[in-house]
Design a protein around this ligand. Structure first.
Ligand code: TUI
Length: 308
């Protein structure tokens, strides 16, 4: 399917892999790019040397376009933003904030910039500041989320801006992609489905939690900290949610318990104290496959439905 997104990014399929912090490293990103989508390396809160190395390793594994996600709450976001320019990164997505202050430098460097937006207002602001596309991300997504759902947010963003819109949140198969296109999206960003890919480097326990999850095994924690996060409903996530609801955990205590929790999930598979960030669609992800199969099945499934 050719859209303004495939044209803008020079990829075969309008499927972008989510820039999942601690998860999206060069093996996954290069596999998605080699499959014809756009792989992303997550800057997260990574040290600058780690991200530089990941970008260089990705270039060794693919000559297709790939990108970097800059998490704007990261204390070293300024350095990571400059590193992308220095390393000749072609595509940047941003999350968890407004990337306005980097826009001029990124555009000057010829980078295609696609901020994640949780609202129409931010989508409009991003278009004005020169974004090439926006990623309208619904609350079904894993990790740090906004309030609006994909079904409600995407068409409103499509109506509000001229630039192409990529839909994210709750999409894991051809039906979801086709639905997003019916709402006016010209591409999809997919995270959770790629957690259960062969190339994804997360701990096997994390993959098992994803493929065994059913529709209700999902929970949002941390609303009272201002940074709500969607996770797999482990005992630890339930403990956080109960503490939040019953007022037995202060926001400060919550923050203390969750510092480093994503790393403990991704690297150690630690179900006692790790946060397994994951989208609400995990109930539909039941097997581990190569990225190439995932990308092709989603694209072909959507294409077939959209031609009906
Ligand atoms: O960023 C994400 N997902 C993430 S980031 C992350 S690391 C983290 N861990 C704990 C707490 C916070 C972050 C894990 N998952 N998705 C993109 C996204 N961006 N979701 C929501 C937003 C967003 C929110 C507000 C984007 C812009 C925004 O703008 C506010 C403003 O300044 O106008």
């Amino acid at each position: 399917m050719k859209t303004r997104i495939t044209e803008l990014l020079g990829c075969e399929y309008p499927i972008i892999q989510g820039g999942m912090a601690w998860v999206a490293e060069h093996t996954l990103a290069s596999a998605v790019s080699n499959a014809g989508g756009i792989g992303l390396i997550a800057g997260g809160s990574a040290p600058i040397d780690y991200l530089r190395e990941q970008i260089r390793l990705c270039k060794e594994k693919t000559n297709k376009p790939f990108g970097v996600n800059i998490m704007l709450m990261s204390p070293n976001a300024d350095d990571l933003a400059q590193l992308c320019i220095d390393e000749g990164v072609k595509v940047i997505t941003t999350g968890a904030g407004n990337p306005g202050k980097y826009m001029a430098a990124w555009k000057e460097a010829g980078i295609k910039v696609m901020p994640v937006v949780p609202s129409v207002a931010l989508a409009r602001r991003m278009e004005k500041s020169g974004a090439d596309a926006v990623i309208a991300e619904g609350t079904e997504s894993g990790g740090h989320i906004g309030e609006n759902t994909t079904m409600c947010l995407v068409p409103q963003v499509v109506d509000a801006v001229e630039i192409p819109v990529i839909a994210a949140g709750g999409i894991a198969d051809g039906r979801g992609m086709a639905a997003a296109f019916m709402l006016g999206a010209e591409g999809v960003q997919i995270g959770t489905r790629f957690l259960a890919s062969e190339e994804c480097q997360i701990h096997p326990t994390f993959k098992e939690l994803v493929i065994n999850a059913k529709d209700t095994d999902n929970i949002v924690t941390g609303r009272y900290t201002g940074h709500p996060c969607r996770n797999i409903k482990t005992k630890f996530a339930k403990k956080l949610a109960t503490g939040e609801k019953e007022g037995t955990l202060s926001p400060e205590e919550f923050e203390q318990l969750t510092v480093g929790a994503l790393r403990r999930a991704v690297v150690d598979g630690d179900v006692e104290s790790g946060s397994f960030l994951c989208g609400a669609i995990s109930g539909m992800v039941n097997d581990i496959k190569p990225c190439a199969d995932i990308v092709k099945e989603i694209n072909d499934g959507a294409e077939k439905l959209l031609k009906l």
